[in-house]
Design a protein around this ligand. Structure first.
Ligand code: NAD
Ligand code: MG
Length: 349
């Protein structure tokens, strides 16, 4: 079974759904600063909700935004956007819950807490998600460059019948509608997001890198060569996939690389790995992973802390740090890269 999603663009949105409302943006981190500043630039009345002792207060005030505590911000607003880290959202929600009124809209950028029942809003509150498919600094930068950032829209509950209109107007005002807003559900967004980061983006890729590095080094090859082959060059391949899919990647590598990849890829990531992927997806779907992560947070993150330390202790980190020192030009900013590309010169010229 294959399904195609509905995609909304700017013409499908009507800004008036949020124009006369106050939007409380709770949190001023990666997503929070971008949503708050883009909404504000679009003339929407914004109040940022932060703890009294939050280190982000100064930045929000310097951006010319009104700042209040999360509960005071929620009290002033009829759209409340939850942009603190997912693990602290349930506690922050407890503080703002008394301020939610019938017909208010509780807005998220990720579905975890709603989907797994960690936040359970009253039935008379709209619950929406507008999730840019990009880190916050790019949401802001694209907006400043008059470009869009693709995003997702989901509606979990809609007692007012206006949740979709409000979500689309919000998506438009932070700059997503210009690039396209894909309709999804809290369940689909949460489960695909967790699976993707576990199987490929964060878990799968780092395991491939480490196992292949260890295989070369244990066979007697130099750590430097193993680092370049198994970690550094990954970026070149990912860029090709990003720009032009499988076709552009296979077209750009040598015929030997293509034949080797086409014949060996499925031996490395074989049927057993596919079954592991299915089991990983099942643990996301049945809530096992969510329960494990919630308990981990409630008990001071022992496993997380230990695994994180072990990861950074890996030999590839030492050799990688040394080698990256030697080509510090790779740390140039994206802007410099873009400028260099336009001028047709390397970024360090
Ligand atoms: P972040 O970690 O960058 O932002 C944290 C903000 O919350 C800061 O302003 C901080 O002051 C505040 N905060 C931190 N701890 C707090 C606490 N204990 N109490 C109150 N406030 C606290 O968060 P983020 O990455 O912007 O994530 C926000 C939401 O956006 C999450 O639901 C996340 O899943 C989602 N999201 C993030 C990205 C991304 O690329 N970062 C992309 C899409 C969606
Ligand atoms: Mg994600």
């Amino acid at each position: 079974m294959t399904e195609s999603a509905t995609i909304y663009y700017a013409d499908d949105t009507d800004r008036s759904a949020i124009e006369n409302r106050t939007v409380a943006v709770i949190g001023f981190g990666s997503q929070g600063h971008a949503h708050a500043m883009n909404l504000d630039d679009n003339g929407i009345d914004v109040v940022v909700g932060l703890r009294e002792d939050s280190s982000s207060r100064q930045a929000a005030e310097q951006a010319g935004l009104r700042v209040a505590t999360p509960s005071a911000a929620a009290a002033q607003a009829s759209v409340i956007s939850m942009l603190v880290p997912d693990t602290v959202q349930p506690a922050v929600y407890e503080a703002i819950e008394p301020e939610l009124e019938a017909g208010d809209t509780l807005q998220f950028a990720h579905g975890f807490n709603i989907h797994y029942g960690q936040i359970d809003p009253a039935e008379d509150v709209n619950v929406t998600m507008v999730a840019p498919k990009s880190p916050g600094h790019l949401v802001r930068r694209n907006f400043e460059n008059d470009q869009g950032t693709p995003g997702l829209l989901a509606v979990y509950q809609d007692p007012t019948g206006k949740a979709t209109d409000i979500g689309l107007a919000y998506a438009d005002a932070i700059g997503c509608a210009r690039a396209g807003v894909v309709e999804t559900t809290f369940k689909e967004e949460t489960e695909t997001d967790l699976f993707g980061e576990q199987a490929v983006l964060c878990g799968g890729v780092t395991s491939l890198v480490k196992h292949s590095y260890e295989t070369l080094v244990e066979a007697g090859y130099s750590r430097e060569m193993a680092y370049f082959e198994c970690m550094n060059e990954l970026k070149l391949i990912v860029d090709l996939l990003y720009e032009g899919g499988l076709a552009e990647m296979w077209n750009s590598v040598s015929d030997t690389a293509e034949y080797g990849g086409l014949t060996r890829g499925d031996r490395i990531v074989d049927e057993d790995v596919r079954e592991n992927m299915e089991a990983t997806l099942e643990a996301v779907q049945n809530g096992e992973f969510a329960r494990e992560w919630i308990v981990e947070n409630q008990t001071g993150r022992p496993s997380y802390t230990q695994r994180r330390e072990a990861e950074l202790d890996h030999d590839i980190e030492d050799v990688g740090a040394e080698l990256r020192e030697l080509f510090a030009w790779s740390a140039e900013t994206d802007e410099d890269d873009e400028k260099a590309k336009r001028n047709g010169v390397p970024a360090d010229d």
